[in-house]
Ligand binder design. Structure first.
Ligand SMILES: Cc1cc2nc3c(=O)[nH]c(=O)nc-3n(C[C@H](O)[C@H](O)[C@H](O)COP(=O)(O)O)c2cc1C
Length: 186
């Protein structure tokens, strides 16, 4: 199994997440090829069993470079993908001290929904999704972020879309379980 990991890190947090994911998957014997989106063209990506896309948030959306990159993708329908974004952690309201509700966050924060829409619009199939929080605009990341990356790595079905040890392992149930398990949207 091979994974292409495409990120659009600006301040380095997303690049650290990518490296951590790569190390986590290496312990499972899975090779992850990490690229910043500026190093590679979306129209000629190396072939892989799974593509992981990672974007920082900008004004509620993925950073512009990632939006363009996803628009330019030419991967075949049915290709498996996963999202692991870096996003601003929800903060307490300065006046009331209250944390925003999920509903309130959803009104502003559309990073992953926009990425999912772009990818699913091209027929790609999601196997996992999560985010790592940054605690300020440029980082650092939340405490325990490596553990979050490990949990995300554990969501990646080891048999995604490939012939594994002589058996065809595209059982849609494993995909379904993976996407259900990754339902933590915020
Ligand atoms: C101008 C600006 C706007 C931002 N807007 C958002 C946002 O709307 N949502 C969000 O989750 N993060 C936002 N962020 C924080 C980014 O998520 C954060 O910079 C990024 O995750 C850090 O990752 P990187 O170090 O890989 O670039 C913003 C950051 C900047 C500088």
């Amino acid at each position: 199994m091979t994974i292409e990991y495409l990120h659009a890190s600006k301040f380095g947090n997303g690049a650290m997440v990518a490296e951590e994911f790569k190390q986590q998957m290496a312990t499972r014997g899975v090779a992850v090829d990490v690229h910043h989106i500026h190093e590679i063209t979306p129209k000629a990506l190396p072939s892989a069993d799974l593509y992981v896309f990672s974007s920082p948030g900008r004004m509620g959306r993925p950073i512009r470079g990632m939006r363009r990159f996803l628009k330019g993708l030419t991967l075949p329908a049915g290709t498996k993908y996963a999202l692991l974004t870096t996003e601003m952690a929800p903060r307490r309201d300065k006046k009331t001290g209250r944390m925003p509700t999920e509903e309130e966050i959803c009104k502003f924060q559309h990073v992953r929904p926009i990425m999912n829409e772009a990818l699913q619009g091209k027929g790609l199939v999601k196997v996992a999704e999560d985010k790592v929080y940054v605690t300020d605009l440029k980082g650092p990341m939340e405490e325990g972020w490596r553990g979050k990356v490990a949990a995300f790595a554990a969501l990646i079905p080891h048999d995604v879309g490939m012939i594994d040890a002589g058996r065809t392992t595209t059982d849609p149930r494993s995909r379904e379980n993976a996407s259900t398990a990754s339902s933590a949207e915020f």
